[in-house]
Design a protein around this ligand. Structure first.
Ligand code: MF3
Ligand code: CO
Length: 236
C-alpha cells in the first residue's frame, strides 16, 4: 500500500503548485489522471459508483464529492482536492484543502484547524487504542475552536478496496469501537464546517454542500497502524 499511497501523495503535491486564480478544476482533474497513469496506476474514483471524474474538487461551501468544472478558480476561493489511485490491487486515498490566492482569515483558521485535527486523530491511530479515540480527537480539537464536524460522511478502512470496514466517524466518545491492531489501514478524513454541521447533496447526486452556506474544509490521509504507531502512507 506504500506504492499507491506515495503516488497519491506525489500527485497532490503537484496539484498544490497548480492551484491559482484562473486555473480550472477540470485542468487539475486531467493532470491528476494523466499523472496517475504515468506512474502505472489507475485513478480510483473514476467509475466508482458511477462517479464520472478522477478527482473530487470541492469549492468553498462544497464539503466533499464536488465535481471538476471549467469555471476558473477565483482569488479568495478554498478548494479541496481529493484523489485516490489503485496500483497492484491496492488503493491509496488522500485529500487537502488549498487557498486560491489570498483567502479570508476565517478560511485560513478553518483550514488550519481541519488539518491539525487530522494530525491529532492520526496520533491516536496506534495499537491498543480504540477506533473512536481517533474520532474523538477530531471532534474535540475542532469544536474547541468553534467549528463543527460533518456527521453524514466518514472515513473508512482501505486496502484491496477503496472503502472497507470500519467506518471512521469524526465525532464520538473515546474508548469505543474496534481495538486498533498492527496491519490495519485507515483513511482518516475530517470534514469540518465554518458554521453548522448540516450538509445536503445537490441534485447531481454527488456534490455535498453546507446547508447554511458556510465554508467547509477537508483533509485526508491513508494511515497504517504499526507496532511503532501510525505510519502516514500518503505523506512524502
Ligand atoms: N476520498 C473520498 C472517499 O474516500 C472519495 C470518494 S469519491 C468517489 O470517499 F467517487 F469515489 F466515490
Ligand atoms: Co476517503
Amino acid at each position: 500500500m506504500r506504492i499507491p499511497c506515495r503516488i497519491v501523495a506525489e500527485i497532490l503535491q503537484l496539484l498544490k503548485h497548480e492551484v491559482h486564480p484562473g486555473v480550472t478544476s477540470m485542468a487539475l482533474n486531467n493532470l491528476a489522471e494523466k499523472e496517475a497513469r504515468k506512474h502505472g496506476s489507475l485513478p480510483a474514483f473514476k467509475g466508482y459508483s458511477g462517479y464520472p471524474f478522477s478527482l473530487c474538487c470541492s469549492l468553498n461551501d462544497q464539503v466533499v464529492h464536488g465535481m471538476p468544472t471549467t469555471h476558473p478558480l477565483k482569488n479568495g476561493d478554498i478548494l479541496s482536492v481529493d484523489f485516490g489511485v489503485v496500483c497492484g490491487g491496492y488503493y491509496g486515498d488522500a485529500a487537502l484543502t488549498l487557498s486560491v490566492g489570498d483567502v479570508s482569515d476565517n478560511a485560513k483558521r478553518l483550514m488550519m484547524a481541519t488539518e491539525n485535527s487530522l494530525y491529532e486523530a492520526i496520533d491516536q491511530a496506534k495499537p491498543g487504542n480504540r477506533l473512536s479515540d481517533v474520532s474523538h480527537a477530531v471532534q474535540s480539537y475542532v469544536e474547541s475552536r468553534g467549528f463543527s464536524v460533518v456527521r453524514d460522511f466518514v472515513g473508512h478502512g482501505i486496502g484491496k478496496n477503496l472503502h472497507e470496514s470500519p467506518q471512521v466517524p469524526n465525532f464520538g466518545l473515546p474508548g469505543r469501537g474496534v481495538k486498533l491492531k498492527p496491519g490495519m489501514v485507515l483513511a482518516i478524513e475530517p470534514m469540518i464546517n465554518e458554521f453548522g454541521p448540516d450538509v445536503k447533496v445537490l441534485r447531481d447526486g454527488w456534490t455535498a454542500v453546507t446547508c447554511d452556506g458556510g465554508l467547509s474544509a477537508h483533509f485526508e490521509h491513508t494511515v497504517a497502524i504499526t507496532e511503532n504507531g501510525p505510519e502516514i502512507l500518503t505523506k512524502l
